[in-house]
Design a protein around this ligand. Structure first.
Ligand code: UD1
Length: 430
């Protein structure tokens, strides 16, 4: 089992390049099979979830040509079945995008029920409500979501809760439905806009993405395109918070600063300096942080995917802070691990009350999910002594070469695969 081993205490300096947005790329890859022409997608992050989805679309017959690690060509004309199931796809949440894509194109989809990080109950009732209101029958049969119809017809859909997944999924199916679909109370996340732009570049007719009303006029066919995925705001935010925690001065490159506004606002509140450029942000921190309050909200609010990283920062900020999680009910599973590193955190319902300590102390901890895993790495970078993070499988679902990018900034971190390598690292750094 691979682990990260970290010797904390080094401030971070230099430049880091941010990759393409995992959550945008997952939806775009699924949407790419909706045309029979060849689609080229660039700026893909080379992470586990992306590779699982590529494998799945290949298994149903799509031709996938890896031009390089960040670029693929996909041709959906060879698809011979609409049933997607394997042990890996069951573990990723974004498998649900194949329902919208296949239903839109073939009027029939059978996809394994989505898994993903265990951060609370993750229903897909809103996705199903959307497909049903477009005329599809949707049933759960033997662990698969089976959706089919003879006619997929545009309609008016109100989402009871703001959902990124449901918004994108319904938008994909509607792109090839008959007539007009209106999605109200739609999610406004940058990746919703990116998927809409991608579909439009294939000939779809989608207006209003990025606002809470999206209007889609279905088209009969989609065509080839070349597209580059937007930068990953969560990867960027994670590096920005790492610098804030350890102290230092880092230029985070290849980002869209507007997408980082909520993250930047919190960094300013805790006492860091942030400079914005056209496609980069510079974070300067002396490692001394002030307390604050934060509540996760749909975009443009503070992202739930940055919540554990924020808690790690506040764990070493002066005074008492609160973190309120309003999207997922089970997103404080890292608190016990962080407590083992010396944090003082009390969780009451969906609020974490954090009393800052001077410093974390290195310990052996488990990554409970993707973002919490990254947050524990940040704690390890700041901590006294050695931290070992187990279950880094989760972190690799969403961060490409995380330890290499951090090392380049001056962190002492290595990926090890056995006790011998671990001891070798400890000997080297002590
Ligand atoms: C996506 C992201 C995830 C991020 C989340 C919120 C992917 C693959 N994952 O997840 O990283 O944390 O957005 O920004 O892109 N809900 C329902 N019924 C549904 C769907 C959702 O009740 O049918 C609820 C969820 O339980 C949650 C809220 O709506 O409380 C938001 O979920 P949603 O935006 O759909 O998140 P995901 O698409 O699963």
């Amino acid at each position: 089992m691979e682990q990260y081993v970290i010797k904390g205490g080094n401030p971070l300096y230099g430049e880091v390049e941010i990759g393409g947005a995992k959550n945008a790329a997952l939806a775009i890859l699924a949407a790419a099979i909706m045309t029979d022409e060849t689609v080229t997608i660039d700026n893909l992050p080379n992470v586990r979830d992306i590779n699982v989805l590529l494998q799945a679309i290949q298994e149903i017959g799509a031709k996938v040509e890896r031009v390089d690690v960040h670029k693929v060509k996909i041709n959906g004309s060879f698809i011979r079945e609409v049933s997607v199931d394997n042990e890996f796809i069951r573990k990723i949440r974004a498998s649900y995008y194949l329902i919208g894509a296949l239903l839109g194109k073939y009027r029939h989809a059978e996809v394994a029920l989505p898994g993903g990080c265990d951060i609370g109950s993750r229903p897909i009732d809103l996705h199903i409500k959307g497909f049903r209101s477009m005329g599809a029958t949707v049933e759960i049969e033997h662990g698969l979501v089976v959706a089919k119809t003879d006619r997929l017809v545009g309609t008016h859909i109100y989402l009871d809760k703001v959902s990124v997944g449901a918004t994108i999924n319904i938008m994909m199916a509607a792109a090839m439905a008959e007539g007009k679909t209106v999605i109200e109370n739609a999610a406004k996340e940058p990746h919703v806009v990116d998927v809409a732009n991608f579909l439009n570049s294939m000939g779809a007719n989608i207006r209003g993405a990025g606002t809470d009303v999206i209007r889609i006029v279905g088209v009969e066919k989609l065509h080839k395109t070349e597209y580059s995925v937007i930068p990953d705001q969560i990867e960027a935010g994670t590096f920005m918070f790492a610098v804030a925690a350890t102290g230092g001065d880092v230029l985070v490159k290849d980002v869209i600063p507007k997408h980082l506004e909520a993250t930047t606002a919190k960094l300013l509140e805790v006492g860091c300096k942030v400079e914005e450029f056209d496609d980069a942000v510079r974070v300067i921190s002396d490692g001394k942080l002030n307390h604050t309050q934060v509540t996760t909200l749909p975009y443009p609010g503070f992202p739930t995917d940055m919540q554990p990283q924020m808690a790690v920062l506040l764990g070493i900020a002066e005074g008492t802070s609160t973190v309120t999680e309003s999207i997922f009910e089970n997103r404080f599973k890292y608190v016990d691990e962080l407590t083992r590193m010396g944090a003082t955190i009390k969780v009451e319902s969906n609020i974490a009350i954090i009393t800052g300590v001077k410093k974390y102390s290195g310990a052996r901890v488990n990554a409970p999910d993707l973002r919490a895993g990254a947050a524990l790495v940040i704690a390890g970078l700041e901590a006294d002594g050695i931290t070992v993070v187990d279950d880094i499988y989760y972190i690799e679902r969403g961060y490409e070469e995380f330890e290499k990018k951090l090392s380049k900034l001056g962190a002492q971190i290595e990926k090890v695969s056995d006790e011998k390598e671990l001891q070798k690292f400890i000997l080297k750094v002590s």
